[in-house]
Design a protein around this ligand. Structure first.
Ligand SMILES: [Mn+2]
Length: 330
């Protein structure tokens, strides 16, 4: 069996500030190329690692346009929800999001936490599962999210996680997990997203950890300007093989990412750093996202888990009511 893996498409109807081109057109062309590639390579399914949309309440006009595109794909599209697809970092809200709507129509097939699908072809069986983003990812025992309980007798286990798996350490305030800690007997191919930079294919014997990087480039970090959007082709008959294929239609980062914005952003960042310094005098508020501030307050005051989760759920509901999704571009 053969699979095409793609992640972090961040579909939206407008161009991010850092882009100088027509972003919706660029992402549509990339997805067209992905669909053509899937057909040409005769893959059995396309797998998506989350953040299909840039926000959970993307406009119906944009959803319609891309749903029509996905319906041209002649094989199933299995995926997990990313932090941008849901409200308030709460995967339970996915049914009220535009991604949940596409799942209901069968345009995509969402994998829920703990769910296992069995795919079979030509005498090979594949167990497919996924862990959508949730607020404790990369903050608790990685086996709970990056491994699979009770593996069935399938020949190969593929597990997708919208988590911050990285090949090098990030600053302490960014929850992340090093790939070295993610080798589990139950998983043969671990596919991750969320970390837009991606990393070289990791291999130990016949086991792999793969993140080809985000299909979309939505910020202008120097690493994003250098990066080529790409996908992974995964063959699982006998020995597992992973090939990374750059997209032909993707323009160079220099051509589509605006450097002048970096300078303006630096000034804003300085002011923000000042503000954060003031906040830190009261507590360790390293992030500005509401959910993170709440987690920090909970940590400082030692409130019970029930209270913390209820507060996060309420914030999710409020964000949903006011049509406010994830604010940061990651
Ligand atoms: Mn993302």
């Amino acid at each position: 069996m053969r699979f095409l893996y793609v992640t972090d498409t961040h579909i939206r109807g407008t161009s991010p500030r850092s882009r100088t081109d027509d972003f919706p057109l660029a992402i549509r062309k990339k997805l067209q190329e992905v669909i053509e590639l899937a057909h040409r390579e005769e893959v059995d399914a396309v797998l998506h690692g989350g953040d299909l949309f840039d926000r959970p309440d993307i406009s119906p006009a944009v959803v319609r346009e891309f749903a029509a595109l996905f319906r041209r794909l002649q094989v199933p599209l299995y995926m997990i929800a990313g932090n941008h697809d849901i409200y308030g970092h709460n995967p339970d809200t996915v049914d009220r999001s535009m991604l949940g709507l596409l799942d209901a129509f069968g345009t995509v097939r969402l994998l829920r936490s703990g769910e296992k699908l069995l795919l079979e072809k030509g005498g090979v069986s594949v167990q497919l599962s996924g862990q959508p983003f949730h607020y404790d990812l990369d903050k608790r025992d990685p086996a709970l999210d990056y491994s699979v309980e009770n593996r069935t007798g399938a020949d190969v286990c593929i597990h997708m996680v919208h988590g911050m798996a990285v090949d090098r350490a990030l600053p302490a305030e960014v929850p992340h997990t090093l790939v070295d800690h993610l080798w589990f007997d139950q998983v043969d191919v671990l596919l991750t997203g969320h970390y837009h930079a991606g990393f070289p294919v990791q291999r130990r014997g016949n086991r792999y950890i793969v993140n080809p990087g985000a299909l979309a480039r939505i910020n202008n970090h120097p690493s994003e300007i250098r990066r080529r959007p790409q996908v992974a082709l995964i063959d699982v008959d006998g020995e597992i093989r992973v090939r990374i294929l750059p997209l032909r239609c993707a323009a160079s980062g220099e051509a589509v990412l605006d450097r002048s914005y970096i300078e303006k952003a630096a000034f804003r960042e300085e002011k923000m750093a000042d503000f954060v310094r003031q906040l830190r005098e009261r507590g360790n508020f390293r992030h500005m996202a509401v959910a993170d501030i709440l987690e920090e307050i909970a940590r400082l005051t030692g409130v019970e888990d029930d209270v913390r989760l209820e507060a996060l759920a309420r914030i999710g509901r409020i964000q949903e009511r006011f049509g406010y999704g994830e604010g940061v571009e990651d």
